[in-house]
Design a protein around this ligand. Structure first.
Ligand code: IMP
Length: 180
């Protein structure tokens, strides 16, 4: 683990999650939102985030698979686990780990809008603007990230590294050369 270059350490992550929580609390006071957590990547961020919130809320999970190479998204998305509860006429906050091309977020937004929520906002811990092709409005964004493959704090490479308490750059000998 020593050779992983750190992008965001635990202290920086904790501080920013708290700040995001404050903003979300203000936006959703008394609205009883449904927080939709996108599996698997955002489970760590979302569990930290919801514990900073004071506003009453409900939690739902959605799981999707985005096809592509190991480090790039093709934009072909499949929902492998949909919501269980109705979000019709509810205020919904979609919680993402990272918006890279934005294709996954766009797909999920369109999917959730078909369920007629009263409002839909997006919170993403990270945004990589360099690769973004879809115009996705991120209402609550943790950090802008450079155009490199990130691991840790829920983010994986080939299902590895999700458990790291920090966000780091994928070591070059572990697949970054696959990105083109
Ligand atoms: P997008 O469709 O390109 O915006 O990204 C879709 C998904 O790819 C994200 O929700 C992540 O699960 C994954 N992803 C994108 N960039 C990274 C990264 O740097 N590290 C780990 N996963 C990533």
């Amino acid at each position: 683990m020593n050779d992983i270059e750190i992008f965001l350490d635990e202290t920086a992550i904790k501080k920013r999650v708290k700040e995001l929580g404050r903003k979300i609390d203000l936006a959703y006071a008394d609205l009883n939102p449904v927080v939709v957590i996108v599996l698997k990547g955002s489970f760590v961020f979302a569990s930290d985030l919801v514990r900073t919130l004071g506003t009453p809320l409900e939690i739902e999970f959605i799981r999707c698979r985005s096809y592509g190479s190991e480090t790039t998204s093709s934009g072909v998305v499949e929902i492998t686990m949909d919501l269980n509860m109705s979000i019709k006429s509810r205020h919904v906050l979609l919680v993402e780990d990272i918006v890279d091309t934005g294709l996954t977020a766009r797909y999920l937004i369109n999917h959730l809008l078909l369920k007629n929520p009263l409002s839909l906002k997006v919170c993403s811990f990270l945004h990589k603007p360099a690769k973004t092709v879809e115009d996705v409005k991120i209402d609550f964004c943790g950090f802008e990230a450079p155009d490199r493959f990130l691991i840790g704090y829920g983010l994986d490479f080939d299902e590895k590294y999700r458990e790291l308490p920090f966000i780091g750059f994928l070591p070059p000998d572990d697949g970054e050369q696959k990105e083109s």
